[in-house]
Write a protein of this length. Structure first.
Length: 154
């Protein structure tokens, strides 16, 4: 299932999201010209400046780049930045344990360990998809798994 945020990104290039997570409004605006990233947003007739935003939650600190107007201090995120920020929100939710959790039995075929995805979650998957696995702890027991569209898709 797609995040609401993601759906908005796809259908509406200009949007603001309210950040309920922090109880304050964070202005996130997607500008069509900056959709690909790397291009400064224009505000008050000037190019905005690239800044590093820092947010923290418990001991978990996260920085993400954003564009800021030097006059009104409004912040803008381009597509790549918004995706990065969204990852922070996902991590935050996972720390708060507000995520849907699925427990699976580990399988072993004599050579390889594997687990099966629940059927209900696989409608959206394709054999061409790529599984991006990020190791989160050095003991190899915690991962962030993201299923990305394969090269010839989308
Ligand atoms: Zn401005």
């Amino acid at each position: 299932m797609k995040q609401k945020h993601q759906q908005e990104l796809e259908k509406e290039p200009f949007y603001n999201i309210k950040d309920e997570e922090f109880g304050e409004e964070v202005k996130l605006k997607i500008d069509e010209s900056s959709f690909k990233g790397g291009v400064p947003f224009k505000c008050h007739g000037k190019n905005s400046i690239l800044i590093d935003k820092r947010v923290s939650f418990n001991d978990f600190e996260f920085t993400y780049p954003a564009w800021q107007c030097s006059k009104c201090k409004k912040e803008f995120l381009d597509f790549e930045q918004a995706k990065r920020y969204e990852k922070f929100l996902i991590m935050k939710r996972s720390l708060e344990q507000n995520l849907i959790t699925i427990e699976r039995n580990m399988n072993f075929d004599g050579k390889t360990f594997f687990f099966r995805f629940p059927k209900e979650l696989t409608n959206n998957l394709s054999k061409k998809d790529l599984v991006d696995i990020k190791l989160l702890t050095p003991d190899g027991r915690m991962f962030l798994v993201e299923i990305k569209h394969g090269k010839n898709e989308r």
